[in-house]
Write a protein that binds this ligand. Structure first.
Ligand code: 5RP
Length: 219
């Protein structure tokens, strides 16, 4: 099986966690593309979805799933999304699809974060995948210098404006041994909108598409 088939397996396995009558938080990316297809098969059982990006909103609507405003809820039962990397503590790097800020907001408001990945995303130390940071454009010079001080190599992601009208810096070669302190440090820099390090809010359940089937890890 190739990686896309493994993503699809993990995505369809997330259907087991959908409770009738609930609103589902939906992430962004190629794995979530399969999840939205799966979700469309039970769309009459759910009350709709909250979306983490314009691209997922488009796909949800195309599949006949109603998209609702997050601000009309106090919390969501579940949030289903993928990750670029995940470690043994279920901490993640996310934002390869530039949707990290909205993903972080929905994850924070959800009782359960269900992370759907193919087996290539599992790592011991986060940081081989460049860490995305959404920033306000005028802060690029300042934030780049601060990132160099903590040992990372910042690079502006070309030709990307986020759904929130900001830009993304990807940080290369930053091997993250203490994810919580790095998340706090980067979050505290003026001009940072959010960092794609999900270290405090970890996944609750990870569904991993492997060659032997879907492996489930519960936090
Ligand atoms: C988007 C994300 C995605 O979850 C992450 O990039 C993984 O994407 P894919 O499912 O395409 O591998 O964080 O901002």
């Amino acid at each position: 099986m190739n990686l896309n088939e493994l993503k699809k397996k993990a995505a369809w396995a997330a259907l087991d966690y959908i409770c009738p009558g609930t609103v589902i938080g939906v992430g962004t990316g190629s794995t979530v593309f399969y999840f939205i297809q799966a979700l469309s098969t039970v769309k009459n059982l759910i009350s709709g979805a909250v979306s983490s990006s314009n691209s997922s909103t488009f796909l949800l609507k195309k599949n006949g799933i109603e998209v609702l405003d997050l601000n009309t809820f106090d919390s969501l039962e579940i949030y289903v999304d993928s990750a670029d990397e995940i470690n043994n503590a279920m901490q993640m790097i996310k934002g390869g699809g530039a949707a990290l800020t909205r993903e972080k907001i929905i994850a924070a408001m959800s009782k359960k974060f269900i992370c759907i990945i193919d087996e290539s995303k599992k790592v011991n130390i986060l940081g081989t995948f460049p860490l995305p940071i959404e920033i306000i454009p005028m802060a690029i010079s300042y934030i780049s210098k601060e990132i160099l001080k903590i040992g990372g190599q910042p690079k502006l992601r070309e030709n990307i404006i986020t759904d929130n009208g900001n830009i993304i810096i990807d940080v290369y070669n930053l091997y993250i041994h203490d994810p919580i302190s790095i998340e706090k440090k980067i979050n505290s820099l003026p001009g940072v909108v959010s960092v794609g390090l999900f270290a405090s809010r970890v996944a609750d359940i990870v569904l991993i598409g492997t060659q032997k089937g879907v492996k489930i890890i519960n936090n």
